[in-house]
Design a protein around this ligand. Structure first.
Ligand code: GLN
Length: 380
């Protein structure tokens, strides 16, 4: 394997889902729903395939989807953007992340991440040759240590990566945090790359897009996807919204990574994004009920549960159960209890910082969540 990827192992999500199958454990690890996306979206995909929308799409997205994306973005943020010049459709947000890093970061540029961070950020930054700087968000509230951020920004800082609502902690960046980060970025001429794939799963507060803050649109790449909002994680439809000068970099990388994304699924994605507001309200109601089952259950089992404001994840402290670290705890949980969680140490530059924390997901039907809680009550 190339040197730039030597330090990375099989992703933790793949590892844990394989173990779930091997041990017949209930999978509250990898974040994918065990229920299907809405009928009207699946019908739209079938219709697109049957009506011959099956050849290469336009590289940066089928026009209908680019339009649906800007309409949704305008509803969410109030920003009016050009579907032709400022939107790039990608194969999931994961490709948007890779295209952003590869298209906008030069070797040696510093990029600041907040740990715990989603694993692909560090790997794609490594592919781009970036110099990764990391700031740790700590429990109980995982708030941004703003002074540390100030002292970490240097003349070599090219970008800060924000993920809100935040995987794995469920933290949502507050307006105050975003405002401070924004003014630091403007002062120091730094870009923001923001991963907002959980924006529709915001339970305790309103989601705020960095791009909507004064002066920020021109220096922000906003990334999102269809998977979480429409329970279709396997469709891999994502996008990046950015002003034309940044979109150019993203598109150049995208052109040579995948060139274009699945055509019929893009047509169906456009139909999905035009769902009435009631769809989003119902999604949130359903997930609130699931969240309550899992959070109450984990508390009853004896975990210290950290508050999660958004995403379909919740992070707990496993130390009441006396296992050595997060990896040992997750192994025990799979083999002896029959439940899969994600150890968080892989989401830190220094794994020690995550050793007390594991992540559970509640994107499963209520029966599955209840069974997992029952198993833990009995066997932990
Ligand atoms: N985003 C999903 C999670 O955090 C995992 C996606 C993947 O398996 N790469 O669980």
């Amino acid at each position: 394997v190339a040197k730039r990827l030597e330090k990375f192992k099989t992703t933790i999500f793949t590892q844990m889902s394989m173990l779930a199958i091997k041990h017949g454990a209930i999978n509250l690890g990898q974040g994918f729903p065990n229920f299907d996306g809405p009928e009207f979206v699946k019908e739209a995909a079938i219709e697109a395939i049957k009506s011959g929308k099956n050849q290469y799409a336009r590289g940066y997205g089928v026009p209908d989807l680019n339009s649906a994306i800007v309409a949704r973005f305008q509803k969410d943020t109030g920003l009016v953007v050009d579907p032709e010049k400022e939107v790039t459709v990608t194969s999931g947000c994961t490709e948007a992340i890779a295209a952003t890093m590869l298209g906008l970061i030069n070797p040696g540029d510093e990029v600041i991440l907040f740990a715990p961070f989603y694993d692909s950020y560090e790997a794609t930054l490594s592919m781009a040759g970036a110099n990764v700087k990391c700031i740790t968000l700590r429990p109980p509230d995982f708030s941004v240590p703003l002074d540390e951020l100030k002292s970490t920004i240097s003349k070599n800082t090219r970008a800060i990566l924000i993920n809100t609502p935040h995987n794995p902690t469920g933290k949502m960046f507050t307006r105050e945090e975003l405002n401070t980060i924004a003014s630091l970025c403007i002062e120091n001429d730094v870009l923001v790359f923001t991963d907002e794939v959980y924006d529709k799963l915001a339970f305790e507060m309103d989601h705020i897009s960095m791009a909507s803050l004064p002066g920020m649109y021109s220096r922000t790449v906003t990334m999102n996807s269809l998977g979480k909002t429409f329970s279709l994680t396997g469709w891999k439809i994502g996008w990046a919204i950015a002003p034309p000068h940044l979109t150019w970099g993203v598109r150049q990388a995208h052109s040579f990574l995948t060139f274009a994304t699945s055509t019929p699924m893009q047509y169906a994605a456009a139909v999905a994004l035009r769902a009435p507001e009631s769809y989003y309200e119902e999604l949130k109601r359903d997930y609130s009920a699931k969240k309550a089952i899992l959070v109450d259950g984990l508390k009853a089992v004896g975990f210290k549960v950290y508050p999660s404001s958004g995403t379909y994840f919740v992070v707990v402290d496993h130390t009441p159960f006396g296992l050595e670290n997060d990896v040992a705890f997750c192994e025990y949980l799979i083999k002896e209890v029959g439940v899969v969680a994600i150890p968080t140490s892989v989401f830190y530059l220094n794994p020690e910082e995550g050793k007390n924390l594991v992540r559970f997901t509640f994107c499963k039907d209520e029966g599955t969540l209840r069974s997992a809680v029952e198993r833990m009550k009995e066997k932990l």
